[in-house]
Design a protein around this ligand. Structure first.
Ligand SMILES: CCCCCCCCCCCCCCCCCCCC(=O)SCCNC(=O)CCNC(=O)[C@H](O)C(C)(C)COP(=O)(O)OP(=O)(O)OC[C@H]1O[C@@H](n2cnc3c(N)ncnc32)[C@H](O)[C@@H]1OP(=O)(O)O
Ligand SMILES: Nc1ncnc2c1ncn2[C@@H]1O[C@H](COP(=O)(O)OP(=O)(O)OP(=O)(O)O)[C@@H](O)[C@H]1O
Ligand SMILES: O=C(O)CCC(=O)C(=O)O
Ligand SMILES: [Fe+2]
Ligand SMILES: [Mg+2]
Length: 333
């Protein structure tokens, strides 16, 4: 263990736990270069995270936990996804997205065209993911004990149809969220199969969680961009990139300001992942009018109007309606 981590352990009176479940090799050197004892801003000590894991998140804005979700649970999520695609179950509020290149093509749409399920909070089988104790015990390290599941997705990244539309532009998830404080929000993203650079794994820009929310808009991509896939307008193209390759069940937890995206799926398979954004239930809503988030607020209200005839529902209300308590008590969200 490095000297900095040792010192930290003493300061925190922490019992050493073998950090066998975490792999931070790619950038761990960065996390331990400081000679000053650090005050940790981004996580709580619940006895779960090792000092190295806390420092890694502090410096990089994400941690990867290997083999966290069981094969059995993943199989159940996959089965439920297939049932939804076959329209054997109807889930209130669920949005089924198709890739723009497929949605606008002549091909007959079948279940293979589904690129993403969004807002599955009313599907008990998929929502089990958000309440898994093995996930929540990590989430609590970032949110604290009162936890809301704010946003749910099952991503079925399709083989690229030749226009590079399967990419997800680099973005900060906070762009979509009218609630704060930022540091009490975290995303859990679990690979439902092996994810590699070939099939479009997550790409992260480590350390960017320490910056502020950037301006987002549709990237100027020739082949088209999926609805609401905004990208950061200006990012440093020379910033180091980490390609987060994962095995089935591995889970990454990341900060909502961390710039991330995912590359093209260059395989013939659909790359599946399930994710949930959590926030402390004592977060508060903010008005995004006059901020960089106004463009996404307007798009969401157009969708709410078109799909549900709810044009007068505020941006914050679209979140309050979808959020679900998963641990502790519901306070201000
Ligand atoms: C209770 C309150 C309800 C509030 C509703 C709010 C819903 C949205 C909230 C979104 C919040 C996102 C939070 C994310 C937080 C984390 C960060 C995640 C980043 C993302 O993942 S952003 C991407 C999320 N995307 C969406 O949420 C998009 C939602 N999608 C839809 O609403 C529909 O799928 C869509 C795109 C409107 C298509 O409607 P649909 O009825 O399914 O399709 P049609 O066949 O009728 O086509 C209509 C029209 O749309 C075109 N189309 C289809 N698919 C796409 C696509 N993927 N991209 C672009 N355009 C698409 C299609 O060709 C048709 O076009 P026409 O020109 O022919 O009319
Ligand atoms: N101009 C851009 N604006 C925003 N995000 C981008 C832009 N170009 C690439 N990205 C995103 O950056 C991430 C990685 O890009 P990268 O260039 O490494 O791979 P790629 O664009 O998928 O493939 P290629 O190897 O063909 O460049 C992906 O999430 C991609 O969607
Ligand atoms: O699974 C992916 O491609 C990443 C999706 C993502 O970052 C998001 O939806 O916010
Ligand atoms: Fe994201
Ligand atoms: Mg590129």
């Amino acid at each position: 263990m490095s000297r900095a981590a040792d010192r930290l352990r003493l300061v925190m009176g922490h019992v050493d736990r073998s950090p066998s479940s975490i792999t931070c090799e790619q950038t761990s050197a960065q996390a331990f270069t400081s000679n000053q004892p650090q005050r940790l801003r981004y996580s709580y000590d619940t006895g779960l995270l090792s000092p190295q894991q806390r420092l890694f998140y502090e410096e990089n804005g994400f941690i990867l936990v290997r083999n966290l979700v069981s094969d059995g649970d993943i199989e159940r999520f996959r089965k439920e996804f297939e049932r939804i695609c076959r329209q054997e179950v109807k889930v209130p509020g669920l949005v089924v997205m198709r890739d723009v290149a497929i949605a606008k093509s002549e091909f007959v749409q079948d279940q293979k065209a589904v690129s993403k399920l969004q807002d599955f909070q009313e599907d008990p089988e998929l929502f089990r993911y958000c309440s898994l104790p093995e996930i929540l015990k990590y989430v609590e390290c970032f949110t604290g004990p009162n936890i809301m599941a704010m946003h749910t997705m099952l991503i079925n990244k399709p083989p690229d149809a030749g226009k590079k539309t399967s990419r997800h532009p680099l973005h900060q998830d906070l762009h979509y969220f009218p609630f704060r404080p930022t540091d009490r929000i975290v995303c859990a993203w679990t690979a439902m199969e092996k994810v590699t650079r070939q099939n479009g794994c997550l790409v992260v820009l480590p350390g960017t969680h320490k910056s502020t929310l950037q301006e987002h808009d549709y990237p100027e991509w020739e082949g088209g961009v999926n609805k609401m896939y905004h990208g950061v307008r200006n990012y440093d193209p020379d910033h180091p990139r980490v390609y987060v390759e994962m095995e089935k069940g591995d889970t990454v937890f990341f900060h909502p300001l961390l710039i991330h995206g995912s590359g093209m799926n260059q395989t013939k398979g659909f790359r599946k992942a399930i994710s949930c954004h959590y926030a402390s239930s004592d977060c508060y809503y903010i008005d995004v009018k006059g901020t960089t988030q106004e463009n996404i607020e307007n798009e969401v209200s157009q969708i709410a109007e078109k799909k549900y005839g709810m044009g007068d529902v505020s941006f914050m209300d679209t979140w309050a309606i979808r959020g679900r308590l998963v641990q502790g008590e519901r306070i201000s969200m």
